[in-house]
Design a binder for this molecule. Structure first.
Ligand code: BGC
Ligand code: BGC
Length: 812
């Protein structure tokens, strides 16, 4: 981040400029006299001096971290937040696909606003920006997307992870961002958890080793001169602690057990990260033995500070403090009292700030705790070079603005190496390596889909397949298909892409690429380990029936029960979520590189989802993985799985996402057709007079707030009619003053239900259930649409189809 300046240079500069902040050109606002207390005086003196001159309001502002789309540059100038973040769906000006230059410009604007001189000699403190560059700088169009952590666990090489950390830091600094919320050092112990792919391994020692390596790569070696120097950023070990140990793998859930045993498993990576110099640690959403981590003084202060000796800052997770018993998102002294230093409070920062100030004045929060927390924030800033004469605007640091370094040839080569080294061959009867000169058919919708290969936390929080994140969003990528095409051609063979598996010329071998759709956090939670999408299985079986040997390439964020696919394929490769350099997959399949990836998670023998850690219940144990020379066939595996019958086709919208095969759309009333699609109804989106925003009901973004302008239509449609009544959880914010109807079904057969009265009645009454049965909509059908003549706003959380007893009346 900073240009390292030798002590002598600092002293010389101070003499020349009388201690003023000076670096950079004169027209640019710099942290001026106020902040540039002589750094040669040392960290303690600098921090003590600043604290002695800061007002209470400015101190609290150091502890408040809002999200870029919920405050303005003017707010930054007025309040002087100590830090801010872009969430998974945030971007400059509300555009998450904004070009890298816009991110850098925003970083400058925020920095400048944070260092404008304050009256009365109050010191100014540069702000800092945090992001989730969790597999490369993954919010930025055109950045290198490295494989997710689970894949790096399979590669198992700390040096590789260190190099990835460095490359990621360089790309982050290019865009002017200071701080990365990575590495995740969860020890995931139940693969049903939707964040399993963020975990390097179920083995705490491996997580500790690789987590520490990423910290070193991001920040630089703590003992070297380049620590937090150019091309380095602040790292975060997260989420402290127990995130990977929740009951049944439920995200943000409960961890239970003897505390010392839990520490000995789930907290193992923290001392290693601290030893590596990690400057920040993020508290976890989960509770431990019934107490939410954000309010757990024994663990946040007792264990992390006193026992483990952590001296950096503890940042909260997204509104997680609001989950502490007795807290709300905008009122929560408890977290600070428990040992949290920064509140991540994306939207409700203003009220939280006021409340904290009042609580200090009232004596609820001791000033000493505030000074301790602010002191920690300032120390991190000091070590990152943000305080003192070497402080620079984001665009003037190290490699900032070097957009050519985003996905530079070196970074792409590194990503490709990581992909190749993370491929784990689970079975192979000799079809691999693909023989030079052979005719290869590449099938499956995932083969040419970089979005799917990249998983969640890719450009968008939830990531997306090509229908949401098309190829143009990945200007610097090689899809798996493209890698295979080139790799096979290099061996004198020929490859054809045939998504649906059809062919005119019979291939020698077929490669079937398939896998999980992208997801992040709780949206990826499962109740069992069944992989329900049968596209790949159908291809594999069809090729087998035609006598064509197959290679299954499985893209996933975790091991799943794959016995059916393993039985059907001649070779099976766990490719994880490789990211933007799909050629690494081809490198192993063609034998251009050896197959050295080994499982960092045991692979389940059964589908029900009992944890399979260690040796128990595993089909393939930890460390399993074949070289290309091991070609003994697998025995035929049992395909019995009771949970297979539990197909949940009836979710239209739930847990924050649309059900399988469901689309949402917006249209102007009176126009033909479905108008515009609202993919996943994500983030803040507007179309045809309908605005959709994420809303936290019981969990983050598990609900949507919908604002409909006069004359608009908002609808949900299932690809296939699952049958049954419609059940909608909703809350009315503003009732209509004009007609509003719910249209159920299609075309002339549709039933029209007048909602005006029901909505008027429901306004301000909180969450309610609407049940639409044949009693008011005789044909039901696969489609519903709200249509309004005036502005209305409401929220929806769950929308389901349910088979209810005959004669059930409609309810609102
Ligand atoms: C996640 C964190 C992440 C934060 C900020 C949360 O939802 O749990 O891992 O760092 O959002 O984006
Ligand atoms: C989403 C949040 C999510 C966060 C993670 C945001 O953009 O709206 O719900 O937790 O990203 O960073």
């Amino acid at each position: 981040m900073r240009a390292r300046v030798s002590k002598r240079a600092v002293v010389a500069a101070m003499l020349a400029f009388g201690g003023l902040g000076l670096a950079g050109c004169a027209t640019v606002p710099q942290p001026s006299a106020d902040v540039a207390v002589a750094p040669a005086a040392g960290e303690d003196a600098v921090v003590a001096d600043l604290l002695s001159r800061m007002s209470l309001e400015r101190k609290i502002a150091q502890l408040i971290q809002p999200q870029i789309n919920s405050f303005t540059v003017e707010d930054m100038e007025r309040y002087r937040f100590g830090s801010y973040l872009n969430g998974g769906n945030g971007g400059p000006g509300g555009n998450e696909f904004a070009p890298a230059a816009d991110w850098l410009a925003l970083a400058d604007a925020m920095y400048d606003a944070s260092v404008r001189p304050l009256p009365g000699g109050e010191p100014v403190i540069p702000t800092m920006w945090g992001t989730d560059a969790v597999h490369g700088h993954s919010n930025i169009v055109g950045a290198t997307l490295f494989p997710h952590n689970i894949a790096l666990g399979a590669a198992g090489d700390a040096d590789l992870v260190r190099r990835i950390g460095h490359a990621t830091a360089v790309e982050i600094e290019v865009t002017g961002i200071d701080w990365n919320f990575s590495p995740t050092v969860a020890v995931a112990r139940d693969d049903r958890w939707g964040r399993t792919y963020e975990s390097y391994s179920e083995d705490p020692q491996l997580v500790a080793r690789l987590g520490a390596a990423l910290v070193e790569g991001l920040q630089g070696n703590r003992d070297s001169a380049d620590f937090l120097g150019d091309g380095r950023v602040i790292a975060t070990a997260k989420h402290f602690f127990g995130d990977g140990g929740t009951e049944q793998g439920v995200d943000q859930g409960d961890v239970n057990g003897d505390i010392e045993q839990l520490i000995a498993l789930h907290a193992v990576p923290y001392p290693a990260a601290i030893e590596a110099g990690v400057e920040t640690i993020m508290a976890s959403f989960n509770s431990i033995n019934g107490v939410k981590m954000h309010g757990n003084r024994d663990l946040l202060t007792g264990v992390l500070r006193e026992r483990m000796g952590f001296e950096g800052l503890v940042v909260g997770d997204w509104n997680a403090h609001g989950q502490i018993a007795g807290c709300t998102v905008d009122n929560c002294p408890d977290a600070l009292l428990a040992g949290l230093d920064i509140y991540m409070v994306p939207d409700d920062w203003r009220v939280l700030l006021d409340n904290l100030v009042a609580q200090v004045r009232a004596g609820t929060i001791p000033m000493a705790r505030v000074d301790e927390a602010v002191g920690r924030v300032l120390r991190v800033k000091y070590r990152a070079g943000l305080l003192g004469p070497e402080a620079r605007r984001p665009s003037q640091r190290g490699v900032a603005g070097r957009f050519d370094l985003l996905a530079s040839p070196e970074h792409r080569a590194l990503a490709r190496e990581a992909v190749a080294r993370s491929q784990v061959i689970l079975s192979n009867d000799g079809v691999l390596p693909l023989r030079a000169g052979s005719r290869v058919l590449v099938a499956g919708t995932a083969a040419d889909d970089v979005g799917q290969a990249s998983g969640g936390w890719t450009l968008e929080w939830q990531g997306g397949r090509a229908d949401q994140l098309p190829r143009e969003r990945f200007p610097n990528a090689t899809s798996i298909w493209e890698g295979l095409r080139d790799g096979i051609a290099a061996g004198g063979g020929s490859a054809t892409l045939s998504v649906d598996g059809s062919f005119t010329q019979r291939p020698d071998v077929a490669v079937v690429v398939f896998g999980e759709r992208p997801y992040a956090e709780f949206a990826g939670d499962q109740r069992d380990l069944v992989f329900r999408d049968e596209e790949g299985l159908t291809h594999l079986r069809r090729f087998r029936d035609q006598g064509i040997p197959t290679v299954a390439v499985f893209l996933s964020g975790r091991p799943l029960w794959m016995n059916r696919e393993l039985n059907a394929a001649n070779a099976f490769v766990a490719a994880w979520l490789p990211g933007s350099e799909g050629a690494g997959v081809a490198d192993v399949l063609t034998g251009a590189r050896p197959a050295t990836g080994r499982l960092s998670f045991s692979w389940p023998a059964g589908c029900d989802g009992q944890p399979v850690n260690g040796q128990v219940g595993a089909l393939f144990t930890l460390g399993y993985g074949r070289s290309l020379a091991e070609t003994a066939p697998l025995p035929v595996l049992s395909e019995d799985c009771a949970a297979l019958a539990n197909t949940d086709t009836a979710t239209v919208f739930g847990q924050g996402r649309l059900g399988q095969g469901v689309s949402a759309f917006a249209a102007r009333i009176g126009t033909a057709g479905d108008g515009e699609l609202l993919p996943q109804m994500r983030g803040d989106m507007s179309a045809s007079g309908v605005t959709v925003r994420g809303f936290d009901r019981d969990a983050q973004e598990d609900a949507r707030q919908i604002l409909m302008r006069a004359g608009s239509r908002f609808g949900l449609v299932q690809a296939q009619d699952s049958g049954g009544a419609w059940r909608i959880s909703y809350e009315v914010l503003t009732r209509p003053s004009t007609p509003v109807v719910l249209r159920v079904g299609q075309g002339d057969d549709a039933a029209t239900i007048d909602l005006a009265q029901h909505f008027a009645h429901a306004e301000g009454k909180g969450w309610r259930e609407m049940v639409i049965t044949p009693a008011c909509a005789p044909g039901l059908g696969q489609r519903i649409a709200f249509e309004t003549q005036g502005d209305i706003s409401f929220r929806i959380s769950a929308v389901r189809r349910e088979h209810l007893p005959e004669g059930t009346p409609c309810a609102f």
